[in-house]
Design a protein around this ligand. Structure first.
Ligand SMILES: Nc1ncnc2c1ncn2[C@@H]1O[C@H](COP(=O)(O)OP(=O)(O)OP(=O)(O)O)[C@@H](O)[C@H]1O
Length: 455
């Protein structure tokens, strides 16, 4: 509160102090710029006249303008004397939010300041939401914002996405678990002309045979015991947008036939209905199964494969894009540091080495979970190799070994020891107690050696 009358300031302080976290009173308006530099004020109560004898309110209006200029989000309430209403109105035109007529009642002062404070908080929230939405919009404008990658292998994928996104072509995304198939499907949708319409995902691996038709094609009320009302299926929900069928390799042959019929005709009939409904969808399918082999085994219909694979995208496993590992580690470290409020957590060099040389059979999802777990469990600022329990299957490492020439044999003791430890950990699938027992070491010694060798 700014007022040249120290009694007024004293009374206001007594009234407001019990209700607000911070109340500041000041008799010299010349200090306004300094005060605003030092702190943020939600509400300022500003007198109209400061010089003895002045009644025209010019000073108040001058400082009001100054306040609006220096702190536009601060709300200003004018303190006016009885009879100053015309000046008060002018002040409102200049951006004051309200005015109080002196001498004010205790209750009047309290309610006014409280209301204005609530309003200023609400306005701040709206501003925050707006900027969040703007950031989100900017994110949408950057096509691959959330797909983190700097590898040539993924650059080819990005290029393919760019080419295919704005066509209506059916896309089949192949790749191991956790390679980002859903992320890519969403990126295609967002860059297509259908971006404003829904992206509907169906996890075909998780839908039971009995619910398949009703989930995908919908049902009429009374079609079966649980059908309490008419319900559209996922195909209809995706009308105008994109339908993403995940785990398409897991669908049984009878259901593949039903899917094929719907995809060929672009029509669906709700369970219990007599007439089909046309749907306009863009289809994206994904699977981690070797679909071509499944066709040869007779487990996947060839005609369905040809219907869904107009364009095929293969996502490389993480072990084939090692350039991405440091980037992903940094990304998820940052994310989980913030989520779990452990801003100080860092990886030591050996832990970095360990993550870099791991085969990541579970791909990005495994990396994400490994980093999250390490951040949650960490008790120190520095994360060591032992904080990352990577229980990669032998298959993962085997693939990696197959891709890289074996180093020449060495009888250097440390090299042999490192190898023995690595093999024991692999053999016991990451169970360090068992690995330590087999190596004839105590657990603490094993940890120490793992750290030394960056395992
Ligand atoms: N390039 C990437 N950058 C950042 N995060 C990624 C990247 N690729 C995948 N992820 C993250 O990894 C997790 C798995 O990705 P996603 O679900 O897209 O994989 P998927 O191949 O569909 O997996 P699944 O086959 O198991 O369904 C998600 O949390 C996703 O956000």
């Amino acid at each position: 509160m700014l007022d040249d009358d120290r009694d007024v300031l004293h009374t206001a302080r007594l009234i407001l102090k019990p209700h607000f976290a911070h109340v500041q009173t000041e008799s010299d308006p010349g200090r306004i710029p300094d005060l605003l530099r030092e702190a943020h004020y939600d509400v300022v109560l500003l007198d109209m006249n400061f010089t003895p004898g002045a009644t025209d309110g010019k000073e108040g209006l001058y400082w009001l303008r100054k306040l609006r200029e220096l702190a536009p989000e601060t709300q200003v309430v004018m303190n006016t004397a009885y009879g100053d209403i015309a000046i008060a109105v002018e002040a409102m035109k200049e951006g004051a939010i309200d005015f109080l007529v002196k001498p004010w009642e205790k209750e009047k002062l309290l309610t006014t300041v409280r209301n204005v404070y609530e309003l200023s908080r609400a306005r701040r929230e709206v501003a925050q939401l707006k900027s969040r939405e703007q950031m989100w919009q900017q994110d949408l404008d950057r096509p691959f914002a959330e797909i983190i990658s700097q590898s040539p292998a993924m650059e080819l994928v990005f290029e393919a996405i760019r080419k295919v996104a704005d066509t209506n072509a059916n896309v089949l995304i192949l790749g191991e678990n956790g390679t980002g198939k859903e992320l890519v499907a969403r990126a295609i949708h967002r860059q297509s002309g259908r971006a404003a319409a829904p992206f509907i995902k169906v996890d075909l691996g998780a839908i039971s045979e009995t619910l398949f038709e009703s989930e995908l094609f919908g049902h009429r009320k009374g079609a079966f015991t649980d059908a309490k009302e008419d319900r559209p299926g996922r195909f209809e929900l995706a009308h105008g947008g994109t339908l993403f069928l995940d785990e398409i390799g897991n669908v049984s042959l009878p259901l593949q036939a039903k899917l094929l019929t719907a995809l060929q005709s672009r029509q669906v009939t709700r369970v219990g209905a007599n007439h089909p409904t046309s749907v306009d969808i863009r289809l994206i399918c994904a699977t981690n199964q070797p679909l071509y082999e499944r066709v040869e085994e007779g487990a996947f219909r060839q005609d369905l494969l040809y219907r869904i694979n107009t364009v095929e995208l293969s996502l490389p496993p993480l072990r084939e894009r090692p350039e991405d590992v440091p980037l992903l580690v940094a990304h998820y470290l940052d994310l989980y540091r913030r989520k779990y409020q452990k801003a100080e957590v860092q990886l030591d060099a050996a832990a970095h080495e360990k993550l870099l040389h791991y085969a990541w059979p579970g791909n990005i999802r495994e990396l994400q979970h490994a980093v999250e777990r390490a951040v949650i469990m960490s008790e120190q600022r520095l994360l060591h190799p032992a904080d990352f329990l990577l229980t990669g299957t032998a298959a993962g490492s085997a693939t990696r070994r197959a891709r890289r020439p074996e180093p020449p044999p060495s009888y250097h003791l440390e090299t042999l020891e490192r190898e023995a430890i690595q093999k024991a950990i692999e053999k016991h699938r990451g169970n360090l107690s068992q690995a330590a027992a087999e190596l004839g070491l105590g657990r603490t010694t094993l940890y120490r050696k793992m750290e030394k060798y960056g395992l």
